[in-house]
Write a protein that binds this ligand. Structure first.
Ligand code: SF4
Length: 332
């Protein structure tokens, strides 16, 4: 069977066609999809479940889940005071104390921790047992990072994205007033959703502090495969489009990050929550518009954005927003 030629930007410039190009990886990641499936299967309006913390940073999904008996609570006290008998750990994971505390209180616990987060938790424990000082590259306030630190259960650990925020300010072997040098063994794991280029920059700088004078440095790249694929898909989009719309809830930091990456690479990019936020002026003179979405953005919201663009003269992608591979399981 003859294969249809792939259209390039040059082709569209000649034909005058305006196109919507959807990133090959966008929206719900495998772990969030899995967590939502587990929790939606478990909850009913008669047998409600309270995930502890934000299950997802998307107001539309939060509203839909509420109708199905899934309502977030900030902690076990709040869940109990609101009459919940069943609580859940979100895909980000949590320290071991939450399950223990829930069991003590007689609450049923549903664990939706993403297996790729569990892998980081176990690795952190192992590195600490092997005598490494643990550095978690990530946002110290993020529940996933807090959970990893709690599983590591040591005072010899720190979470940061900035070299200046480490407890050391000098290379091993350096002496002098105010110099604080790292211990002999330091290992880094990463929050699963971080950017590989930034992780490598951080790790290279830290390695230069640790390895002098017989120091041992270990980097474990625990950025998950779905995140890596999303970042790569966005980079491929950059060369093809002259505007990027990153779709996701206002509070979704990974959606904001997608828009940042687009802007940093020279393509005007906006973070939007809903199609109504698209300013028609943004589309003036645009031939190809790229659409990407954060990990907590449901397909129907992405589709609404595509429909809006289609109604404004852009040709939607032939295969829809995403061919779903039901059997996909990421590499661990
Ligand atoms: S570890 Fe990766 S796949 Fe799992 S929930 Fe986080 S972003 Fe999604």
């Amino acid at each position: 069977m003859p294969v249809a030629p792939v259209k390039t930007s040059t082709d569209t410039a000649i034909t005058g066609e305006r196109r919507i190009i959807v990133a090959e990886e966008l929206g719900y990641c495998w772990g969030v999809r899995r967590a939502l499936d587990i929790i939606e299967d478990a909850a009913t309006p008669e047998s409600r479940v309270a995930p502890i913390g934000d299950i997802i940073h998307n107001p539309q999904v939060v509203h839909r889940l509420r109708g199905q008996g899934v309502e977030g609570a900030q902690d076990l006290d709040e869940a109990e005071s609101r009459g919940f008998k069943r609580v859940a750990i979100t895909a980000h994971g949590f320290g071991p104390q939450l399950a223990q505390e829930a069991s003590t209180r007689g609450l049923e616990m549903i664990d939706t921790t993403c297996p790729l987060v569990t892998k980081v938790q176990r690795l952190a424990q192992k590195l600490v047992k092997q005598g490494y000082y643990l550095v978690v590259y990530g946002d110290d306030y993020h529940p996933e990072v807090q959970g990893v630190l709690n599983w590591a259960s040591t005072s010899k650990a720190v979470a940061t994205k900035k070299i200046e925020q480490l407890p050391w300010n000098a290379k091993r072997g350096e002496t002098g007033e105010g110099k604080i040098t790292p211990p002999r063994k330091v290992a880094v794991v990463s929050q699963t959703t971080k950017n590989i280029d930034e992780l490598m920059e951080f790790a290279n700088a830290l390695q230069a502090m640790v390895v002098p004078n017989g120091g041992e440095f270990r980097l474990c790249n625990t950025i998950c495969e779905p995140t890596t694929e999303r970042q790569e898909a966005l980079k491929r989009l950059i060369g093809e489009v002259d505007l990027i719309l990153a779709v996701g809830g206002r509070k979704s930091s990974n959606t904001a990050r997608l828009a940042d990456v687009g802007n940093q690479r020279g393509v005007t990019s906006y973070h939007i929550e809903r199609p109504e936020e698209i300013d028609p002026d943004w589309l003036e003179g645009v031939t190809n518009v790229g659409v990407t979405a954060g990990a907590s953005t449901p397909d129907d919201v992405i589709q609404e954005v595509v429909d809006y663009l289609a109604s404004n003269g852009f040709t939607p992608p032939e295969g829809g927003i995403r061919p779903v591979d039901e059997d996909y399981v990421p590499a661990f």
